[in-house]
Write a protein that binds this ligand. Structure first.
Ligand code: GLU
Length: 444
């Protein structure tokens, strides 16, 4: 059996009940087969793949907190420090009831290659908790965040591990966590990114993932002589990624007609009203059912459905495995040109394969959504030089980074004979730098 297949089997056997982690490993290892096969003897001798798929460290802890009625609760906190070959661990904290060790490992594993693709010196990590901030008061969220950081602060630091936001962790949560870190460790340092502007945050970090997704999508289309101008775009999600993806898509002259949250989705034929979306989600923290109050002509539907809409470009920006084979078939039947992932692994393996076989330009999240973490690395740079750059400076750097990512993954795919396969291109391009660093640093 090939080394790659052996390791895939081993990962499944040693990490049962972690299907998302298996999926992420399978996709990466399948893509880098050409490199592994060509170096099999050395890789086996150095246990290269075993070291790649086993996190350097996994931290799991109890998070007790007290609600507004005086009742105590216990959640589970995680931080997976996956790979530090090219820099300090970097990756977000997900707060969502679905969080478990398998989810955090899949996200941490993806982060290794995503962070490498940014070209910046950041390793891969991820963390979070099964705590659900939805429906909690600000005081309850603060109580949770302080308790979470009381434990986490022992393991992180500006040059060690730098967490950030992800699903459920936004500016409010980062603020509470930063305050607690500073209080316990006595350090005002850039150990978290996505901070508020008044205490070390970077301009354009809020917009970065969504804007970056569009910079890459625009570059991809332009390289195929297609313009974003006048295109219809379907977006899922209504969080930080979706909102700023929609905003940039509209700035580029496209029309975004959908968005969604955990209970339903919106179809707005006239184009999503971004100001209304921001007010509902960022200010009121409310449901999308509210959208009709702003736009009476828009349709609200319960459940899933954004991929049933006719669109030229589809941007899944909600969560893992949200776009399945049936959705892919519908998108293809409706003439979609490109699918670029704003979320982490939102397309199932089957759906990805179907889209690629039908000639759709498909860019995986580790390339397409890397603008968020790239701008986090720019926030780290600003923090370490005790400076802040202008919005225009950060935004220009982000745009350049995303264009470079597109060309790097395109070139890697071509170099290894997989022209147009951006999944293979992203995995190979991300892996090459990590491999080089791992080889240089010996068996650690
Ligand atoms: N959670 C984001 C991601 O999936 C951002 C991580 C960061 O900024 O460190 O890449």
């Amino acid at each position: 059996m090939s080394y790659v297949d052996e390791i895939i089997e081993q990962v499944i056997a040693k990490n049962p009940d972690e299907p998302e982690f298996h999926q992420a490993v399978r996709e990466v290892l399948d893509s880098i087969r050409v490199i592994v096969d060509a170096n099999e003897e050395q890789f086996r001798r150095d246990a290269l793949l075993e070291r790649l798929v086993n996190p350097e460290r996994q931290i799991k802890f109890r998070v007790p907190w007290v609600d507004d009625k005086g009742n105590a609760h216990v959640n589970t906190g995680y931080r997976v420090q996956f790979n530090s070959a090219i820099g300090p661990y970097k990756g977000g904290l997900r707060l969502h009831p679905s969080v478990n060790i398998g989810i955090i490992k899949f996200l941490g594993f993806e982060q290794i290659f995503k962070n490498s693709l940014t070209g910046l010196p950041i390793g891969g990590g991820k963390g979070g908790s099964d705590f659900d901030p939805k429906g909690k008061s600000d005081r309850e969220v603060m109580a949770f965040c302080q308790s979470f950081m009381t434990e986490l602060c022992k393991y992180i630091g500006a040059d060690t591990d730098v967490p950030a936001g992800d699903i459920g962790t936004g500016a409010r949560e980062i603020g509470y966590m930063f305050g607690q870190y500073k209080r316990i460790r006595g350090l005002f340092e850039g150990t978290l990114t996505g901070k508020g502007l008044s205490y070390g945050g970077s301009l354009a970090r809020t917009e970065a993932t969504g804007y970056g997704l569009l910079y890459l999508t625009d570059e991809l289309l332009r390289c195929h002589d297609i313009s974003m101008e006048g295109k219809t775009v379907a977006i899922s999600g209504a969080g930080n990624v979706a909102i700023y993806a929609a905003e940039k898509a509209q700035q580029l002259g496209a029309k975004v007609v959908t968005c969604s949250d955990s209970t339903g989705w919106i179809y707005d034929a006239e184009g999503i009203d971004i100001a209304a979306l921001k007010e509902i989600k960022e200010v009121k923290r409310a449901r999308l059912t509210e959208y009709k109050n702003y736009r009476p002509n828009a349709e609200y539907h319960e459940g899933k459905g954004v991929w049933s809409v006719k669109a030229d470009v589809a941007l899944p920006c909600a969560t893992q495995n949200e776009l399945d084979i049936e959705d892919a078939k519908q998108l293809v039947a409706n003439g979609v040109i490109a699918v670029c992932e704003g979320a982490n692994m939102p397309t199932t393996e089957e759906a990805t394969k179907y889209l690629q076989e039908n000639g759709i330009y498909f860019v995986p999240g580790k390339a397409a959504n890397a603008g968020g973490v790239a701008t986090s690395a720019l926030e780290m740079s600003q923090n370490s030089e005790h400076m802040s750059w202008t919005f225009e400076e950060v935004d220009a750097k982000l745009k350049k980074i995303m264009e470079n990512i597109y060309h790097n993954i395109d070139n890697a795919a071509k170099k290894y004979g997989f022209d147009g396969n951006y999944v293979v291109g992203a995995n190979i391009a991300g892996f090459e730098k990590v491999l080089d660093a791992m080889n240089a640093q010996g068996i650690v």
